[in-house]
Write a protein that binds this ligand. Structure first.
Ligand code: SAM
Length: 267
């Protein structure tokens, strides 16, 4: 089996990058160094993998497709710094591959349909990661870096900007993938070493406030936060404009609001 005879599976989001210049550009932006431990999500045929294997200390690649795994095993059999995990990234226990002394890096041209779950899974272990660089749908990338006040700003933007400094590195035309997807992509990087400069009293309360308010993004905060037991009483003690809607709140304002709620409400 090779790339020419392989039949891509739509259900696994298999749109392979076939332009070597773009692959090199991604690696250039990633700038792997000899100490790096890189976890790659969905390596496919290894278009990016080959570069990181030659530049990083350790590469752990997680690929769900058995045929692609067979091809990767053959291609990189002599690379001692390469570990291939055949399985679903979303079900992989990442803690087994994290290191105490080194912050890992994430890389992947990931299937569009699992973009959010992949991002949120990595957010859970962000204290062990320095950054993640992903190729995702352009529209989603633009939502991630969006400022408050527009329709693009949502849960993904708030958590991304809270935990890191997300940056779109460049856009990629759909024409450099095979089969050609319906949409254009962007390469986006989250730098976890640069979280927002905020002091969070309770991560749990902040999480709840962001989720509850964005579940009803057109409603005023005072309405959606009624779902918190006793909120009507708390709201009298909160010094915050609760007539605002979640899409108007910056990350700092979400933290300020949730810190005030944390002092009144113990989850
Ligand atoms: N990185 C390759 C490239 O750039 O050509 C492949 C990219 S393709 C968009 C996505 C890859 O992720 C495919 O190889 C697919 O089999 C794999 N994949 C899909 N779902 C996955 C999952 N849940 N866990 C791990 N890999 C997955």
């Amino acid at each position: 089996m090779n790339q020419l005879t392989f039949r891509p599976k739509k259900s696994l989001g298999q749109n392979f990058l076939v332009d070597e210049n773009i692959a090199r550009k991604i690696i250039e932006k990633l700038t792997p160094n000899p100490q790096d431990v890189i976890i790659e999500i969905g390596p496919g045929f290894g278009v990016l993998t080959k570069y990181i294997i030659s530049q990083a200390r350790k590469v752990i690649a997680i690929e769900i497709d058995a045929k692609l795994c067979e091809s990767l095993r053959g291609r990189f059999r002599s690379s001692k710094n390469f570990t291939l995990i055949q399985g679903d990234f979303l079900k992989t226990e990442l803690r087994n591959y994290l290191e105490e002394e080194v912050l890992v890096r994430f890389l992947g041209n990931i299937p569009f349909h699992i973009t959010s779950p992949v991002i949120f899974k990595i957010f859970q272990i962000r204290q062990f990661a320095s950054d993640m660089t992903l190729m995702i749908q352009r529209e989603v990338a633009e939502r991630i870096v969006a400022n408050p006040g527009g329709k693009d700003y949502g849960i993904l933007s708030v958590f991304s900007q809270l935990y890191s400094k997300p940056k779109i590195l460049f856009h990629i035309s759909r024409n450099v993938f095979k089969p050609k997807p319906q949409v254009d992509s962007s390469v986006i990087k989250w730098d976890f070493t640069q979280p927002a400069d905020v002091g969070v009293v309770s991560e749990e309360v902040l999480d709840k406030v962001i989720h509850l308010t964005f579940q009803q993004r057109r409603k005023m905060l005072r309405k959606s936060l009624q779902q918190i037991p006793g909120f009507f009483e708390y709201s009298k003690k909160i010094n915050f404009n609760l007539k605002k809607r979640p899409e108007e709140l910056s990350v700092h304002e979400f933290v300020e609001l949730s810190n005030q709620i944390s002092k009144l409400w113990k989850i």
